[in-house]
Design a protein around this ligand. Structure first.
Ligand code: G3P
Length: 221
């Protein structure tokens, strides 16, 4: 199960990377546009910050096949390994996924909005599928559709990894983990909503108050 951060906030990536076992960082055009930095700045800072084994995902902007291929080749050239071109699952995108895979470019097919669509991208050899769970939940059960996609890939023997994206609450994430989904990409506030539990601080403080009352200090030794 891979834990990916869906952000270009370098301070948070650093902080959460020290606190948790983080497997990589996804970005999208909105995330980079709202970061206050240029693409080059985000790219350089991410590469400087992350370990080589941590994965980095950048999205193509062009929507035509030739443009997607050119940008995917550019993304692939940015790092020796663990670099992935995110390509939306449009007609031109699916064609590009197929040809990127043939060229040895690692691909995450993104904005997947149904199990059937994800299956086709997996057939084309995508490394990952980013399935937009919360957005899909406007029309049905995004978690259920994602579990169906994972079941379909397993049944077909396709090695493509399913990455839950567009997630909005811990319940969705827990369901995905429990069903063996390969990866989730999480916005920073959602990570904190999973780890910050008021009961933990309250319990610690009562224990330490009792300790101090007995021993007159708030350290072990
Ligand atoms: O990487 C972007 C994906 O996670 C979409 O999230 O919140 O825009 O639906 P959202």
């Amino acid at each position: 199960m891979e834990l990916i951060l869906d952000t270009a906030d370098l301070d948070e990536i650093k902080k959460l990377g020290a606190m948790l076992s983080v497997d990589g960082v996804t970005t999208n055009p909105t995330i980079i546009a709202q970061s206050g930095k240029t693409f080059d700045e985000v790219r350089d800072s991410l590469f400087a910050l992350l370990e080589p084994e941590q994965k980095v995902f950048f999205q193509v902007i062009s929507t035509d096949y030739e443009g997607i291929m050119e940008e995917a080749r550019y993304i692939a050239s940015l790092r020796e390994s663990n670099i992935f071109a995110k390509i939306p699952a449009t007609h031109d995108g699916l064609r590009a996924v197929k040809d990127c895979v043939a060229e040895g470019i690692h691909v995450l097919c993104t904005a997947i909005s149904s199990a059937s669509q994800g299956f086709m991208a997996a057939k084309n050899g995508a490394d990952y599928l980013a399935i937009y769970i919360n957005r899909m939940s406007n029309q049905g059960d995004g978690v259920e559709e994602t579990v169906l996609l994972q079941t379909m890939l397993d049944a077909a023997g396709l090695p493509t990894k399913v990455m839950g994206a567009s997630l909005k609450n811990a319940w969705q994430i827990n369901q995905l983990i429990a069903h063996g989904i390969d990866a989730v990409t999480l916005p920073v506030p959602l990570v904190y909503s999973m780890i910050d539990q008021p009961g933990t601080i309250a319990a610690r403080d009562v224990f330490n108050d009792n300790w101090e009352h007995a021993f007159g200090r708030r350290t072990l030794c």
